[in-house]
Write a protein of this length. Structure first.
Length: 408
């Protein structure tokens, strides 16, 4: 979750959708792209769809007019594995954060049970492959923000037991033990306790996610972690200079230790002109959010409404530029040219971000496969980007976990 829309509450989705026009139909993709895409494991590592489970009009099993993900559109877009994000605002800490995490973990399990004809819960790379072989969608979970463990290392183990396969060390704000990329440094990266958390995640086979964290937190996690890291939803700073994105040096360091950057589709992370215009109009997402929180006296519904109205107004006034979905391909291509196809994947941020024109929801994913073929990528490299790299990371985390547990 990330953008203005991220902090958003369920009610906001409906508000935003009022302004959104239905995406135009695309011409069919080539037979080669179709065959490749629909025979691959297409694993998206960051989806905020979980928030929608708590809205009364959302039905995962039906095609919804709003939002970016549901089972019919996943089938249409060949997205057959998904990380449901477990998230609340990073300013909520302690036991209330843990409670919210548990509520959402339960909601994911309940939805997977409810739609078991199409979906199956996955804890391992082998589970994902088995689901694919059975024609089912694999559902995984990631916790977005270390604040959600309530500063209690035992929650890492409990979350792992409940099926959580990655945890993002921070969200928009610093937590008790890790600095965020969008907050003022408070811990000089990871505290000693934060380093213990990383090692406990390794021991539990939970991927260490460095999206959202400060550069120093990233380098600390990279040094401490015994397993490769994932950036579950981050793009390239060389193409769009946003603190949420990764510099070329960071991407190289991540890849050198076997990690993977999963490209985020959020408009303000992939397009410099859009980011500049957005920042100019709002002062940037975090300061804008802080302002609105004060203005709305912490009323989340009011914050969501105000954000949606402002965005609608800016679009109508032409103050925010058009962003093409092809920017996503530019970011994939940049990262691949930098570190190779073994270290790049897809982390859309669906249902938590503003999608560029042409990739309005997950039904449009086959376009990515076709665009990569058009740029000369091999079938095997495309399969890696679509999902195989993430499966490799999961397998490595599982191996490290077994080794660490055997050592004690
Ligand atoms: Zn996020």
């Amino acid at each position: 979750m990330l953008s203005p829309r991220a902090l958003l509450l369920p009610s906001l989705f409906c508000l935003i959708s009022v302004a959104a026009a239905a995406p135009p139909p695309d011409p069919p993709i080539s037979a080669h792209a179709h065959q490749l895409h629909f025979s691959s494991i297409v694993l998206d590592t960051h989806d905020d769809t979980t928030q929608r489970f708590f809205t009364k009009d959302f039905d995962l099993g039906k095609r919804n007019a709003e939002g970016h993900v549901d089972i019919p559109r996943m089938r249409e877009g060949g997205m057959n594995a998904i990380f449901f994000s477990i998230w609340i605002d990073g300013r909520i800490m302690g036991p209330p954060a843990v409670q919210k995490a548990l509520d959402q973990i339960d909601a994911v399990h309940e939805n997977v049970r409810k739609f078991s004809r199409d979906m199956v819960f996955a804890r391992t790379a082998a589970d994902v492959r088995r689901a694919h072989a059975q024609g089912k969608i694999a559902a995984l979970m990631g916790v977005e923000g270390g604040h959600m463990i309530g500063n209690d290392i035992r929650m890492v183990r409990i979350f792992a037991d409940l099926g959580v396969r990655y945890m993002t060390l921070s969200h928009f704000y610093n937590d008790e033990w890790a600095d965020s990329s969008t907050d003022k440094p408070a811990h000089n990266g990871l505290t000693d306790f934060g380093k213990q958390i990383v090692l406990e995640m390794n021991r539990q086979g939970m991927l260490v996610d460095i999206s959202h964290v400060s550069d120093k937190t990233f380098y600390d996690a990279l040094e401490v972690s015994k397993a490769p890291l994932i950036a579950s939803h981050s793009s390239c700073r060389a193409l769009c200079n946003h603190p949420r994105d990764m510099s070329d040096d960071m991407i190289k360091a991540l890849a050198a230790k076997g990690g993977v950057i999963q490209i985020n589709y959020e408009k303000s992370f992939i397009d410099q002109a859009y980011k500049d215009a957005y920042d100019k109009e709002t002062g940037g997402v975090v300061s804008h959010l802080n302002e609105l929180t004060k203005h709305c006296n912490n009323d989340e519904g009011c914050i969501a409404r105000e954000m949606a109205q402002l965005q609608k107004k800016l679009i109508e006034e032409g103050k925010l530029p058009h962003v093409s979905w092809e920017r996503i391909i530019d970011h994939i291509d940049h990262a691949v040219k930098l570190v190779g196809a073994d270290h790049v994947g897809l982390g859309s941020d669906f249902d938590g971000a503003d999608m560029p024109d042409g990739l309005e929801d997950c039904s449009k994913l086959p376009k990515i496969t076709e665009a990569l073929l058009d740029r000369g990528y091999s079938d095997s490299d495309i399969r890696k980007i679509l999902g195989e790299n993430t499966l490799r990371l999961l397998e490595q985390a599982e191996r490290v976990s077994r080794e660490m547990q055997a050592a004690h």
